[in-house]
Design a protein around this ligand. Sequence first.
Ligand SMILES: [Zn+2]
Length: 175
Amino acid sequence: MPESQEQSREIQKEILFEEIDSLISNPPRIEEVIEHEKRLQAEQEEFLAGKKTEHQERLTAKTPGSIRIPDFDLLYLALVEKIGMPEDVVADLIEHEKAHYDQAKKHGLRPKIYLNRYQFVDEEGNNVSVTTPYIAVSIPEGMEKEEARKLVEESVDAPQEKSTSDTELLKRLQN
Ligand SMILES: [Zn+2]
């Protein structure tokens, strides 16, 4: 990499890591995240009809505790260096998200990488923080709803092992 590219890469990483630091010190509560996701879900039909893509993108970017991650290398570094997850766990997570990403990209759904962190109080009354990466997609304007639904479904279905939220989303899409 030329020196100037290497420098801007370092700056990009620094800015991202600062954002993550402030998220780590002040994660939203799970209820806030769920509330926001309900809003996103409520508009899913219109979203699939390509009517509210930009609105949906803005809303996704505003999900409490969510940070947009430029690429998978930075996602890897963020999860290992900032969140402190074991490397093998992160490698598996990334393989999973990449399967969603590649499938969505193949279909022209403009996938974006996000990291989400929230906290909740467990049964013993301790504050627990959870960090999860995820992929958000866009529906090109004018795409047929059934086509969009099929392509989103294929992207959600892409990893060999589905997460709980993948399974839930698949169920919603198939209804
Ligand atoms: Zn998944």
